[in-house]
Write a protein of this length. Sequence first.
Lengths: 250, 250
Amino acid sequence: MSPRRRAARPRTDDTATASGGGADEDGAGGEGLKPTASRRRKASGGRRYAGRSAAERQAEQRQRFLAAGRVLFADSGFRATSVRALCREAGLIDRYFYRNFADTQALLAALYTAEMDTVEARILAVFNAAEAGAPQERIEPAMDTFFAAFEDRRFARICWLEVLGVGPDIDALYLERQNRFARLLETVGRQLRPEWPLDAQETQITTLALVGAISQSALHWYLTDYAAPRRVLVSTNLRLIRGALAALEG
Amino acid sequence: MSPRRRAARPRTDDTATASGGGADEDGAGGEGLKPTASRRRKASGGRRYAGRSAAERQAEQRQRFLAAGRVLFADSGFRATSVRALCREAGLIDRYFYRNFADTQALLAALYTAEMDTVEARILAVFNAAEAGAPQERIEPAMDTFFAAFEDRRFARICWLEVLGVGPDIDALYLERQNRFARLLETVGRQLRPEWPLDAQETQITTLALVGAISQSALHWYLTDYAAPRRVLVSTNLRLIRGALAALEG
DNA sequence: ACCATGTGATGACGACTGTCCTCACTTTAC
DNA sequence: GTAAAGTGAGGACAGTCGTCATCACATGGT
């Protein structure tokens, strides 16, 4: 049915989560201990080259492809981005693309996951930093952090426009992300309204709808080139959440 | 930049609105008056063939391509749908595709417009049918009509997944549609709250966010294969709107 | 110094794309 | 009946795609 082949291939890793992970191979801090550099290598993957281990080189390749995808997917669109273009942008050759990703969809999936991990971490950090305050005041900086992140055009384009309609696997990623935000909203809601009157189904639909409200207004904000100041977006969506909470008992 | 050429071409119409338009050429009702069939033809486009006028034939071609696009865009995805596949599905040859559409994007745009026109008309009809009732009760069947339409998987897939990320022109179509739904919501809101406290900017963001809430819950409904009964979707979104109205003064 | 391994450039392959052209055939208008 | 217009099938074109293979060079361990 689909014109893309999915033959058996050397098995790339493909499902990495974030990009911020520190290199935990030979992670013994210092840099100067090079004399006994021939540990037990040759059995653990490739050898060193240009001063970096095989894992370090591959990680750098991966990061360069992610950066290239961030630029090209956002500026030219995912559909119009080819492996060749990605390699040109990354300054690498196709062999290393295939070493790191099965195809451009896999790169898009990894990029989406990394971007969303970053933003989610920022939001949670802000949310938890205001731990002392009432939930009412903790959610406002979190919302502001989200819209601040959305001011990055490439983030907005990739994570809210380009990921949709690509394929069922990426649809699943998107769906799962929306659910994560929805669960965060549910946590906040239950703190504010301990007597939570909704069943599981209604809870999920309600929180997901609110996530959709935030998403849609953010998307419209992006598509209208960020007319309207950010604080209006934040306050409007906060009012929507307050209203939803107030209407819980109704 | 873009690999698709956009050369000058015989100028197709491209921007038709709905598909329901009646053929207004020679529209003199009856069918039996064929004797003097040689009116002033030959100057008004093509001649008759297989019993139908040139305009009739072209309209039927257009409709067949729209139907083919509906099937293939939804089942295989827009990206994986080629002109050849559309022609095979429509039972026509490519010459007639190019007569009717500039490219597959134009077909997608026309299809999206036609589908949304149909659903919008249905919603407005239901809304206006309950003219007697209070706005509170008029909006509920309208919402139910929307979710009923969304139960058509192809409609959901095409109008909420495939249209996104295709290109700036289709993004603009999508944006305009969301705005139309938002304005409808604003109309309802102003009827329910004559003392409308929001300025234009806040009004647009709020109504668009609500449209996004409805869209997102509908999309999630589709992606989870329509678990949850329809009435739960309807009632949950109605509660959200009630809550937003209640929070207006806040 | 030697040789295995890593790297970059380049090109080739088969498949598919949009688009156009040609040829045989059918139907219409006169 | 004849010429013109409409139709369908199919092929040819120049591109681009993903993917792999080849070859010269750089760097590493020993």
